[in-house]
Design a protein around this ligand. Sequence first.
Ligand code: URA
Length: 427
Amino acid sequence: MPDAVSVIAAKRDGRVLTTAQIDWVIDAFTRGIVADEQMSALAMAIMWRGMTRAELSSWTAAMIASGTRMDFSDLARPTVDKHSTGGVGDKITLPLAPLVAACGASVPQLSGRGLGHTGGTLDKLESIPGWRADLSAEEIHSILADPAVGAVVCAAGADLAPADKRLYALRDVTGTVESIPLIASSIMSKKIAEGTGALVLDVKVGAGAFMKNIDDARALAEAMVDLGGDAGVRTIALMTAMDSPLGLTAGNALEVEESLEVLAGGGPADIVELTVTLARTMLSAAGIEGVDPADKLADGSAMDRWKAMIAAQGGDASAPLPVAKESHRITARSGGVVTALDAMGVGIAAWRLGAGRERQGEPVQAAAGVRLHAKPGDRVSEGQPLATLYTDTPAKFEYAAEAIADAWTLGTDAVAASPIVLGRIGG
Ligand code: URA
């Protein structure tokens, strides 16, 4: 029988863990037999020593086995989900889930709440009056089976990969988040346990993402595509740019409002491009041919799905979204062409305004956030507004403004638009 100290020491010394050691340590950790400090030490050893492909596959399987695995194999339509590794202004799930459902797939999208500078999909949707994130397994199943809805975005239940929930909380406070095997197994254990038949991963690369360069992003994407394949989930990863924020808003209700523009056939070009590209990739992963998502945005059927999806979870899609009590403008200190916009500065400002939380369980402000008026490629003159900050708590403006004040880099020459999709793995 393995014990925690020998498993930690084996990884510390660079040895390959056996499946028996991995199964034991994950199960014992989930049951509270392996202590948090022991699991933290193991996470740090994994961070330094890495894992072989076989170890990673066993580790992920053990995390899935720590809870229940959902099963949607009886649904009439193929299931496909999308997961983003997280970025600023990344509201793509909101238009994407109803759009892909409108194209003939079922979309089970189990999502999280935001922590730190990246927003959470559930926080965004909770700005819609009445909308409920917590659904039972039966409710999820019946919404997915309903031919008029077919998409659900909800909280992952406590029994979905519980080992990951406990481990992620430890990694968050022990400097062990940024490990490719730990990130890959964390994401893929939840997505495989969720029961989707196919999966598209949006691996963000750049200053506002976990993965700061394309090589790390590719390594993470390859690890996750392999894990999906090992578990029988057809998985494709796109690597996409996250140097500047997506779209023109960061914040909960502000991002819902922008998603509605996309569903109405408009919206910022980068959001539309990424939504349509991910939708096409999801349809191909699900084996659905002959439907173009761009048509479903243009003809209103994606918007109809959105309304059905929100109503199925108790939300009132026609109710006005919350509006912040106070606003504050950030203006250009000089003129020029915006050559870069730091996603991290914008994300931190939105967070400090109240759109995000510092600790799990804290409430967020639905209306807080940032609306951008100038992005890379735009020419601005001195005094012109660069962004508007929103909050219900005006005391937050100064601290938020500090985070965003230097986010824009101004130059003199026009900049070429940079591509959004940087590469693809799998499929
Ligand atoms: N998202 C996750 O779910 N897990 C990680 O480890 C990182 C991002």
